[in-house]
Design a protein around this ligand. Structure first.
Ligand code: T46
Length: 141
């Protein structure tokens, strides 16, 4: 397994597989494996021509992200620094907290990016303009 990179903006989580002669199983439990209730699960796959996605932050949302298949590159930005994380192993997950700008790049053809979210979908929680994101970060100090 690749070595975990030390993360500054996202909290890395090493998901522990339960392995036996039949293969591997990973269980993720709300308020145990992740520090939040899981209200929503979605996954991104079949990304065309390595098209980047994301380019937004959330006002109040925590998410756990990992690739169950393939790989992609996650960029996190807190308005002061940027961090690049390659998600390339189903055991390698990142908790992305609110007020963190995220971009997903370089999706492999077989990539399935799984996301467990602390809230239901709410478009009003999105900050999709980077200048507005920076302004809100500055206001928060
Ligand atoms: C995030 C990154 C990692 C829904 O209707 N329900 C949902 O739960 C989601 C996540 C999206 N949608 C709709 C909203 C848009 O019409 O699906 C469409 C695509 O969503 P979006 O352009 O926001 O997709 P990404 O890949 O840019 O971002 C997504 C999540 O939206 C976002 O919260 O953190 O993945």
């Amino acid at each position: 397994m690749p070595a975990q990179q030390p993360l500054v903006l996202g909290e890395s989580l090493n998901l522990k597989p339960i392995a036996d002669g039949r293969g591997k199983l990973i269980a993720i439990e709300a308020l145990r494996t992740v520090p939040f209730e899981i209200k929503r699960v979605y996954y991104i796959y079949d990304v065309s021509d390595q098209e980047p996605r994301g380019f937004h932050a959330h006002k109040a949302l925590q998410q756990l992200m990992f690739c169950v298949s393939g790989h992609c590159t996650l960029i996190l930005d807190d308005g002061h620094q940027r961090e690049e994380i390659v998600l390339d192993d189903p055991t390698k997950a990142v908790i992305v907290r609110d007020m963190t700008w995220r971009e997903m790049h370089s999706f492999s053809d077989d990539c399935v990016l799984m996301v467990l979210a602390s809230e239901h979908y709410d478009e009003s929680d999105y900050i999709r303009d980077y200048a507005e994101f920076r302004r809100l970060i500055d206001v928060q100090g």
